[in-house]
Design a protein around this ligand. Structure first.
Ligand code: ATP
Ligand code: MG
Length: 335
């Protein structure tokens, strides 16, 4: 049977080698992306979400390097790709939308020029066909008067419009995978909802797989088939949106849910997770979340928790679950 996973990330470690030492931004991340599915990557600022995305695209800063692991696209390890193969991968197989469209759109070229450039570079269309395709793409992403827009410059468009143009650019080559790195954080709430709706709509129409990166679990939950929760460059929990929302097993995920509005805490005070993110220059020996976890055990300080399958089938990496399981099996004495 054909492999249903279009992308498999296995034990990914990515570090930055700086004057101050090795910044271990990603520390053993694994996940699978099925064809045509939506995967959410959630975690607070600095948890390694973007670095994971950039590792896949191989667009890390000069000081950054994947030091261990595999990234399999249709079963092939793209870390072994040549520069040319990688260029093709970035064009035809996988596209990325960045958080701030102004940093990725070039202010001195028109929208049309930039769209056409992407199409001409990655497809065998001629100029006339590329122009027609640009207009078609703008129409598809809901930009009004596309024939007029292609002659405009990025600054002449609103933030929401610019983000739509970015999506059109990412779709220009009809990739199998679209990575959206915080695609809506720069936008206000109404526009944010419109853009997410558009992405969902396009995903249904075009059947591509999407990785959507965000620090806002509430915003994306409804559109994700699966969610991974990251902390300190590791995956602490992964499962369906329902698993994560209704049956969280990791203390960090529980904390995240307490810090965002949802049906269970209407009228209650939102509780931010206390404490500071870890120092990636000096990773703790055990669980990365340990210092901020109210339930932490002694073993959490000393050893990295293994990933364990929960009774409902989803996965969490937390010693408390492991200990509970051992206790239930009678292999650990209850205190
Ligand atoms: N070029 C770099 N040099 C050194 N450290 C870096 C570099 N880029 C990222 N890092 C570090 O890697 C860690 C993970 O960063 P990353 O950008 O992946 O976080 P993130 O989860 O995307 O956060 P955010 O929600 O703020 O976008 C951070 O601590 C960051 O400081
Ligand atoms: Mg980021």
């Amino acid at each position: 049977m054909e492999n249903q996973n279009i992308l498999e990330v296995k034990n990914l470690h990515t570090s930055f080698f700086t004057d101050k030492g090795e910044v271990k931004a990603v520390n053993g991340v694994s996940f699978n992306l099925s064809r045509g599915k939506v995967l959410g990557v959630v975690g607070e600022s600095g948890s390694g979400k973007s670095v994971t995305a950039y590792s896949i695209m191989q667009i890390l800063a000069d000081t950054g390097r994947v030091v261990e692991g595999e990234i399999l696209y249709k079963g092939e390890n793209i870390l072994n790709y040549s520069k040319k193969q990688m260029q093709q991968f970035r064009g035809k197989c996988c596209s990325i939308i960045f958080q701030d469209p102004m940093t990725s759109l070039n202010p001195v070229f028109t929208i049309g020029y930039q769209l056409m450039e992407a199409i001409l570079l990655h497809t065998d269309k001629n100029k006339k066909e590329a122009l027609a395709r640009s207009i078609e793409l703008l129409e598809m992403v809901g930009v009004n008067e596309p024939a007029k827009r292609i002659k405009q410059y990025p600054y002449e468009l609103s933030g929401g419009m610019r983000q739509r143009v970015m999506i059109a650019m990412a779709l220009a080559t009809e990739p199998d995978i679209l990575i959206a790195d915080e695609p809506t954080t720069a936008l206000d709430v109404t526009i944010q909802a419109q853009i997410l709706e558009l992405m969902q709509d396009l995903q249904h129409k075009l059947g591509m797989a999407i990785i959507i990166v965000t620090h806002d679990l509430g915003v994306i939950a409804s559109m994700c088939d699966e969610i991974i929760v990251m902390y300190g460059g590791r995956v602490c929990e992964r499962g369906t949106a329902d698993d994560i929302f209704y049956r969280p097993s990791h203390e960090y995920t529980k904390g995240l849910l307490r810090s965002i509005p949802n049906v269970d805490n209407i009228g209650q005070k939102l509780v931010p997770i206390a404490g500071n993110p870890i120092n990636l220059l000096n990773m703790p020996k055990g669980c990365a979340f340990c210092a901020r976890c109210e339930e932490a055990l002694k073993i959490c300080v000393d050893e990295v928790p293994p990933e364990m399958q929960m009774p409902d089938g989803h996965y969490a990496s937390c010693w408390i679950n492991v200990m509970n399981q051992l206790r239930e099996e009678g292999r650990l004495k209850a205190e």
